[in-house]
Design a protein. Sequence first.
Length: 306
Amino acid sequence: MKMTSINLPMGIFLFSQIVMGIFGNSSILFYYVIFIFSGKHLMPKDMIIEHLTLSNCLSLISKGIPQTLSDFGFKNFLDDIGCKVIMYIYRVTRGMSLYAMCLLGCFQAITISPSNSRWIMLKHRATKYIGSSCLVSWLVNLLLNIMTLVKVTVPTYSKNVTNTNSYGYCSWFAPSNLATALYMFLLCFCDGLCLSLMACSSVSMMNILYKHKRQVKHIHSAQHLLKVSPEDRATQTILILVCTFIISYTISSLRVIFTTYSNVSEIWRVSVFIFLEICFPIFCPFVLISNIKCSFRLFLPFCGKR
């Protein structure tokens, strides 16, 4: 693969966005490391965000950096084992981001539910099992994507090779048989279930926050200096994260489907689609940072006091 006038600017743009995303996610991880070493315990929501941030950071490294090197004209910089490891890490962390977002949405919906709701019995259990749920999510994604280690190989440039899709730095062997279709169905079913739960929990949260805002409307009306109510700020955060994630994950899923089954899949390997695919892990940390009260003192140990 030779570097063209189109690949170079796209490679520079993609690299700059990846660096920004890695910096944002690393900042949050560093914040939690300081928080833990200062002798404090993470809240359940913070534990989910910690796993989400880690998966986002690994996803950017495993997907963005090889794609950027490919845009810059480098080829054959990964051997067979390197391709398998890089693609496996990306598939696992991509799935973990989905599971973490689903878990975060469901946990927040249960947490802010009224005391007289049917979810009151789950509040204590949800707090108790958050850590184990995150570990189970990693294990499930490690097992679900184990076939990646078999199907991924070094780049194949021969046009005579069938059922093989090249990603520039690695190739994916996808035979059109029943086993592949069943495996894709299993992945799509798990992803669809998580997306549905995430969407339902987000709608539930916005409904609860809207009702709460109406109940305390007289309090907010007396606070003239408060430009944006806490309910509006929480709702905006939920909408931004969920919408960005759904768009990013949908484009990622479409790329997987089209590069697997379409004969005109070259357009789906353009860096624009790669950027849209990883836009969530790039922008997610900055949305989270903007909602941390001490974001301007992110690197200080006493920032953990909330």
